[in-house]
Design a protein around this ligand. Structure first.
Ligand code: TYD
Length: 135
């Protein structure tokens, strides 16, 4: 069962250029899964919280494309708050990690690369259920 040790910041390639920097991501190379879905959070009002769930199988890479926000990770034993504010860094989350997102800066954009298409069946939305499954 994955623990917080498996969550890590992935430094993405940067092609620096006086016309502006370029970063790219290839599934299976820069992220340890094939990318099946991309979604993003934007126009997040001040004080809002997102997430508040875990996934049975889904792996994700979370990137602050613009601005900043925090991701609070929880493996059922330990908790860790990670601040994301670089568009060339992604936070890799394996399956079965509870996550909450908060502290969104004004105008921030959170992009998520996901290993599976959307499936509500893959969500664990109740923390007590998550704790039980972690045992
Ligand atoms: P949810 O994953 O709960 O949002 P967050 O974790 O960012 O707070 O998703 C919110 C709603 O959007 C939920 O009704 C499911 C829907 N949704 C999709 O239809 N497709 C998707 O790819 C995602 C991520 C969510």
């Amino acid at each position: 069962m994955p623990t917080l040790n498996k969550c890590r910041i992935i430094d993405l390639p940067i092609i620096p250029d006086h016309r502006g920097n370029l970063t790219f991501i290839e599934g299976g190379i820069h992220v340890p899964f094939d990318i099946k879905r991309v979604y993003y959070l934007y126009d997040v009002p001040g004080g809002a919280e997102r997430g508040g769930h875990a996934h049975n199988e889904l792996q994700q890479l979370i990137i602050a494309m613009s601005g900043s926000f925090d991701v609070v990770l929880d493996d059922g034993i330990r908790k860790k708050r990670i601040h994301l504010n670089r568009s060339y860094q992604g936070l890799y989350l394996p399956r079965m990690i509870w996550r909450e997102l908060d502290n969104f800066s004004s105008g921030s954009v959170c992009m998520v690369l996901a290993s599976q298409k959307y499936s509500e069946n893959d969500y664990i939305r109740n923390y007590a259920d998550f704790e039980e499954l972690k045992k």
